[in-house]
Design a protein around this ligand. Structure first.
Ligand code: DUC
Ligand code: ZN
Ligand code: ZN
Length: 469
């Protein structure tokens, strides 16, 4: 007689965004089919041994194999990036299909499918990056692609090759409103950054640490306020991504106090790094932590922690943007130590996102275990049209699970599975790491080794966002 379950995860301390309970988890064909105690034996058994079991993480913001101007090239492709995700407990990723100026969104989508197909080890969707919102793109391509499951797009207010002007932003936001899609906004004022950068460079202040001086909180605050104003004009929800500190938080809270549906994301770098990690002298090591917006200071870290606890933030994503340090395609363009405006922006973090937040958030008592699940799995799944298939442990949901091991260790880059040659969190003590990660019922990480396979990750055609703030 075939057994009722392909796998039973036994004796789990299950945590969802709303509940915590003891249960066995019966899995059939990659789906959770039974929750209860004393389930009959499965074809395979995995004893969770009273450990915490959470839904697999959903990383709603990460960059994999994204086309960027040479000589820069991302270190992670869809294999190494998703392998790294799996080993850190993330079972769904939503990277970007980036439009090229003068080309269609469709061409971008086809290109990124080619990059992911046969390589991804966990399930994935794509946000669109809209850089050229022509009349055709806005009227025809966006609606068609939303219909096909690309229900979110990112727009930039800075970076010369990516940014939209105010009028273009309004056009994209209006399309999001018409079709129920979610717009992610990178909010930094481009002109202010350009003006500050020119003055710093003209004065010979070119070390990595001046990246933070070129992008003070004011430039994030102004752009956040402008994006919120546009959302109000168009009457559409938006998500402000990678919020770094107090001034942007104040704008978001101001908008919400006026009844607006403004959502906000933050990332581990704003909890665990400060501008000092970009260098306290002119050392080039600081290039490792060059990302935008830049990390702030400890007072701002506290503001971000508070925002995670009090509901200001709906999601915590990695913004994994992988560039190796000792690499001509990474932080040393063409093998050189370059002035800060030429350092590729971004830091790795797909694999460390969950263990860092579990350690410093849950185990240090800053957020509850349920809130951890909500921020890292349930809300991103809702926001990006994947819930309840993803982001929770429930009958009918994909069996994407993390069994946690609460043991103290020191984080080193050697432990990680990305293709980046450093982690900004080298040497940190962490007290949690996945003992097992399951993606649709398959063990993809067993606490020692990656056990997944390239190509087993499937493209997710996403529905419309179901999360309101
Ligand atoms: N900032 C972004 O907006 N994206 C990738 C990395 C970064 O630092
Ligand atoms: Zn961004
Ligand atoms: Zn990003």
């Amino acid at each position: 007689m075939p057994k009722a379950f392909d796998l039973v995860v036994r004796n789990a301390h299950v945590a969802t965004a709303s509940d915590t309970f003891r249960s066995d988890i019966g899995i059939k064909d990659g789906v959770v089919v039974h929750l209860g105690l004393s389930l009959p034996e499965g074809e395979r058994e995995l004893d969770a041994n009273g450990r915490v079991v959470t839904p697999g993480g959903v990383d709603g913001h990460c960059h994999l194999d994204q086309v960027i101007p040479p000589p820069a090239r991302m270190a992670d492709d869809f294999f190494s990036g998703t392998k790294s995700a799996a080993c850190g407990g993330t079972t769904t990723v939503i990277p970007f299909a980036a439009q090229q100026k003068g080309a269609s969104l469709r061409a971008a989508v086809e290109e990124y499918h080619r990059r992911a197909e046969g390589r991804a080890t966990v399930d994935y969707g794509f946000h669109l990056i809209v850089v050229d919102p022509t009349a055709d793109v806005v009227a025809k391509e966006l609606p068609q692609l939303i219909e096909e499951g690309y229900t979110s797009f990112k727009i930039y207010m800075t970076y010369d090759d990516l940014k939209l002007n105010d009028r273009q932003m309004l056009d994209v936001l209006a399309a999001a409103r018409r079709h129920g899609a979610m717009t992610l906004v990178h909010a930094e004022n481009s002109e202010c950054i350009g003006w500050l950068t020119e003055s710093l460079v003209n004065n010979g202040l070119t070390a990595p640490r001046y990246h933070a001086n070129a992008r003070p909180m004011l430039v994030e605050r102004e752009a956040t306020h402008r994006a919120i104003s546009f959302a109000e004009l168009v009457d559409v929800p938006i998500l402000i991504v990678h919020v770094s500190g107090r001034e942007a938080v104040e704008q978001i809270q101001w908008a919400r106090n006026r009844g607006m549906n403004i959502l906000a994301e933050t990332c581990p770098q704003y909890l665990f790094l400060t501008a000092e990690d970009l260098g306290i002298d002119d050392s080039y090591q600081g290039a490792k932590c060059v990302c935008s917006p830049p990390p702030r200071d400890s007072a701002n870290q506290s503001v971000i922690w508070r925002g995670l606890a009090d509901g200001t933030f709906s999601i915590l994503s990695s913004d994994h943007a992988p560039f190796s340090f000792d690499d001509e395609a990474g932080k040393h363009p063409n093998g050189e130590q370059v002035a800060f405006p030429y350092i590729p922006n971004g830091i790795p973090g797909l694999e460390t996102r969950l263990p860092l937040l579990y350690t410093e958030g849950v185990l240090e008592g800053r957020i509850s275990l349920n809130r951890f699940v909500e921020l890292t799995a349930t809300n991103p799944a809702k926001l990006y049209g994947l819930h309840p298939r993803k982001g929770t442990i429930a009958i009918g949901a994909d069996a994407d699970l993390v069994i946690w091991d609460e043991v103290e260790r020191t984080l080193t880059n050697d432990m990680l599975h990305h293709a980046v040659d450093y982690t900004p969190y080298e040497g940190r003590r962490i007290r949690a790491w996945p003992a097992f990660t399951l993606c649709r019922g398959r063990v993809v990480w067993d606490g020692k080794e990656f056990t997944g396979t390239a190509g087993e990750g499937k493209f997710l055609r996403r529905g419309l966002p179901t999360l309101r703030r």
